[in-house]
Design a protein around this ligand. Structure first.
Ligand code: TK8
Length: 359
């Protein structure tokens, strides 16, 4: 049975059980995944991996995970299979990383931000306005210094396989249009309550902007917005669309304030139980599916913003001066966090950015 069919049955089964899954959305005209190449690996036994992710079946994260599964299945003659569990069904990023450590889950795909508790250098990706272009962000994610961050997970119970794109984060809220930091702070009506990922730099960004930041697991976010526990949140347009946030958020602002990567991860106990030929295949499939995910995320980004506007969200696109006002307002975050994260690391990353953008 193909991965696609199996995962469809799983989704259909869960949906009939009323698991409250987000209904699949139609998608933009997406590139097909690259043809699966490479030799088949030898017979070293069969393994079924359970992969828990936070986003919906229509997200680039899920679609690229299906491609990851197809590569494994094809090149192992069906001996390596992957069951994908979307919509934070199994847990949120923090919980699923802990489940990798205890060996109760084989794989997960968190954002880098909640993973800074394992590898603190990842917090460099949380610095606001670090990447002026997607190309610069991708260059950094595929650099040696990024590979060193993946390697730094070794021994934590987590094997970090590859970076991909969660994407440029955009502000949404249900209270008012936001065009400036002053609109976030709400000079006379009080700052917006903004859900943030469980990450101290993100807390600092929104405190510095005069908001009331509330760290919260992604899986709790929709109901928190629906009940008015928080006014808003920040995520890429594709997440705001595929997780149906537009149903409870009236306003969007194209802040692009942080570019967040994902990390595809495997439990070290699962990894250590694989023959080295299987390990090499898992690593290669992770890299190939991560590259495809970046392609999908790119194709989803602008299309999602337009879909959100069609669904009634009032989206403010900021001009250069308005972006500059946000960049200036969050400058204290660099002063506060650069010593923690490491000036040398930041300079190394900024040098790669410089190289990429000066071409
Ligand atoms: C999904 C999360 C999500 C992230 C967040 O598991 O928590 O807001 O941006 O994509 O990783």
């Amino acid at each position: 049975m193909s991965t696609l069919l199996r995962n469809t049955l799983i989704f259909a089964g869960a949906a009939t059980l009323g698991a409250g899954l987000v209904q699949a959305q139609e998608t933009p005209d997406l590139s097909e995944p690259p043809a699966i190449e490479g030799d088949k690996v030898g017979d070293h036994g069969s393994h079924n991996f359970r992969l828990g992710i936070g986003l919906a079946e229509s997200s680039p994260q899920y679609l690229s995970s299906e491609y990851f599964a197809e590569i494994l299945e094809e090149r192992s003659d069906g001996r390596l299979t992957v069951d994908i569990f979307p919509n934070s069904q199994i847990g949120d990023d923090v919980q699923m990383m802990e489940m990798l450590q205890t060996g109760t889950l084989d794989m997960t795909y968190p954002s880098t931000s909640p993973a800074t508790s394992y590898v603190e250098e990842l917090a460099v990706f949380d610095l606001p306005f670090l990447f002026p272009t997607r190309e610069a962000a991708v260059e950094v994610m595929q650099s040696d210094v990024a590979q060193e961050m993946l390697d730094a997970f070794d021994g934590s119970g987590i094997k970090a396989l590859a970076f991909s794109e969660n994407g440029y984060r955009q502000l949404s809220n249900s209270a008012r249009p936001v065009e400036s930091p002053e609109d976030v702070a709400g000079m006379d009506v009080g700052g917006l309550t903004i859900r943030t990922m469980e990450n101290p730099v993100h807390l600092s960004i929104w405190e510095t902007l005069g908001a009331n930041p509330t760290p919260m697991a992604f899986g709790e976010l929709f109901s928190a917005m629906e009940q008015g526990v928080v006014d808003g949140q920040e995520n890429p347009w594709s997440t705001i669309l595929t997780s149906n946030f537009y149903e409870v958020q009236d306003y969007g602002t194209e802040t692009r304030h942080v570019y967040t990567p994902f990390i595809l991860m495997m439990s070290e106990s699962t990894w250590d139980g694989l023959h080295e030929e299987y390990q090499a295949l898992v690593q290669e499939a992770a890299r190939q599916s991560a590259e495809y995910e970046i392609q999908l995320a790119t194709e989803y980004d602008d299309w999602s913003r337009k879909q959100l506007e069609e669904r009634g969200m009032e989206i403010t696109r900021l001009d250069d001066d308005q972006i500059a006002a946000f960049q200036e307002a969050v400058q204290p975050v660099y002063e506060e966090w650069a010593p923690e994260i490491g000036e040398d690391l930041i300079e190394e990353i900024q040098a790669i950015v410089e190289e990429t953008t000066s071409d």
